[in-house]
Write a protein that binds this ligand. Structure first.
Ligand code: FAD
Length: 454
């Protein structure tokens, strides 16, 4: 037999794709397969914004494969059953898969290994496809993962990376393997970015040409929107993290260095999750919190979700999330801190809301960043609280970000927009913007007491 199946998961690209390269080595025929796994739907992870982006990615992948003489095979159902079925139909003796880190991905790999073994088919798993440095490739003495970023980053930087692979010129797909129709983009958030490898590569090229050099200085500027916005492409694997690191390093300069450091943060969270998959929903480092929950903090949580907390910079970021299915990193930090520390609400409630809307919603990056902010994760200063007014003054000094996303406040000039409660009576009523849901000092006192900080 000379047929391989490549199961595409979070690696929806043709460039720098080790599983595809290995599968087609020596002129073997390949079935490029994507399975819409019903377990993902059942777990509530198939958010509409991500499904829309995914539809673009699959269409683009199919187009790319057709240009090379192949096509994408799409199935839906149980991923393991479908892979075995397709391998049987194609007469394949190998299945190739990119390693991934979530509990779901680890179980999928384990189940596939058993099922394929029973069918006499070999499973080949490839590292450094969905991460720049594979989880476990660097680890401290006596542990299976790094729990602190700085020493991880030191090791990560020294790690030698594999060469970047070109896209295959030809992909030969055997006859007789049926496919479902490709899904259609039914995007929900109006400002949602388009998906697909082509789009990702164009965005990357523009970023390396024009954006990256200013990244170090401008990445925290909320209104400037000066980050790469490559996160959904990294999440769906339409861009290769290995390629990104290599090309950014080649660009050089302080901006590129700062950008590469963020890519290392991505790998850092992935190696934590790979080693501690339960950190997706349990505290990585319990602080004995007695969080408020949906039942005890219903009104506050709703106000936060809707962007009506009365703190303009928090509300601007929450509305950006709803409109674009994406939020600036500084916005993610300050809205998460507001929910978990000022309102003292369980981080899982916030993480769930983000996963429901984010086009880049990612178990490793989302859950572990939430835990980092909530102080139950890897932050070495777990009790720091971000004051939204200080954050607004530093990262939206003129108030332009707030005016963009909170139309009720669009008529207020300059930094006064951050404290609408200071407006005189008549002006205040006219804007129709809510009063703050909580005094910041009250939130801080509750949090400090809860954490036993006196
Ligand atoms: P850039 O600033 O251009 O950074 C480049 C890439 O580096 C990003 O695309 C991302 O892959 C990685 N990166 C940047 N910052 C971080 C970080 N703090 N941690 C890990 N990786 C990082 N990122 C996600 O991809 N998916 C999520 O679900 C997610 N949820 C988050 C939730 C919270 C509460 C916080 C604080 C952060 C979260 N992040 C998440 C990390 C970060 O906010 C986004 O990766 C970033 O805003 C994406 O925009 P960008 O591509 O323009 O980033």
């Amino acid at each position: 037999m000379n047929v391989s199946v490549v199961l595409f998961t979070s690696d929806l690209r043709l460039h720098d794709h080790p599983p595809l390269r290995a599968a087609s080595a020596g002129g073997r025929a390949v079935v490029p397969l994507f399975v819409r796994d019903r377990a993902v739907d059942a777990a509530g992870f198939a958010a509409p914004n991500r499904l829309a982006f995914l539809a673009d990615c699959l269409r683009d992948l199919d187009t790319g494969l057709r240009e090379r003489g192949g096509r994408l095979v799409v199935r839906s159902g149980d991923v393991v059953e479908e892979v075995c079925r397709v391998a049987g139909e194609a007469g394949a003796d190998e299945v190739h898969l990119a390693a991934d880190v979530s509990r779901y991905a680890q179980r999928r790999e384990e189940r596939l290994r058993h099922a394929l073994e029973a069918a006499g088919v070999r499973l080949r798993v490839h590292d450094a496809v969905t991460s720049a440095v594979a989880p476990g490739a660097v680890a401290p003495a006596g542990s299976d993962h790094f729990a602190v970023f700085t020493p991880y980053f030191r090791r990560w930087t020294r790690e030698r990376q594999r060469d970047v692979l070109g896209a295959p010129r030809v992909v030969r797909v055997p006859d007789g393997v049926g496919s479902e129709r490709l899904p259609v983009n039914e995007g929900v958030s109006q400002g949602l970015a388009a998906g697909g490898e082509r789009e990702g590569r164009a965005r990357l090229a523009a970023w390396l040409r024009r954006g990256i050099s200013a990244y170090e200085d401008r990445h925290d500027d909320l209104a400037g929107d000066a980050t790469s916005r490559l996160s959904p492409h990294l999440h769906f694997g339409t861009l290769s993290p290995v390629e990104l690191v290599r090309r950014a390093r080649r660009t050089g300069g302080a901006g590129a260095e700062a950008f590469v450091r963020q890519l290392a943060w991505r790998d850092f969270h992935r190696q934590v999750l790979a080693a501690r998959p339960h950190a997706a929903d349990a505290d990585y480092r319990p602080r004995h919190d007695r969080w408020r929950t949906e039942r005890t903090a219903h009104g506050d949580i709703e106000a936060w979700r809707e962007g009506r907390t009365g703190y303009p910079v928090v509300d601007a970021a929450m509305r950006q999330l709803r409109h674009e299915g994406w939020m600036h990193n500084r916005g993610r930090l300050l809205t998460a801190s507001f929910l978990t520390k000022t309102l003292y609400v369980d981080w899982r409630i916030g993480a769930r809301h983000f996963l429901d809307l984010l086009v880049d919603g990612d178990v490793a990056n989302n859950q572990l960043n939430w835990q980092w902010v909530a102080g139950t994760g890897t932050d070495t200063r777990p009790n720091r609280v971000l004051n939204p007014l200080t954050q607004a003054r530093r990262f939206d000094p003129d108030g332009a970000y707030v005016r963009r996303w909170v139309p009720e406040l669009a008529g207020i000039e300059g930094p006064a927009v951050h404290q609408p409660w200071k407006l005189r009576g008549a002006d205040r009523g006219a804007v129709g913007y809510p009063e703050p849901v909580i005094e910041l000092s009250e939130g801080l006192a509750r949090f400090r007491e809860a954490r036993g900080l006196g």
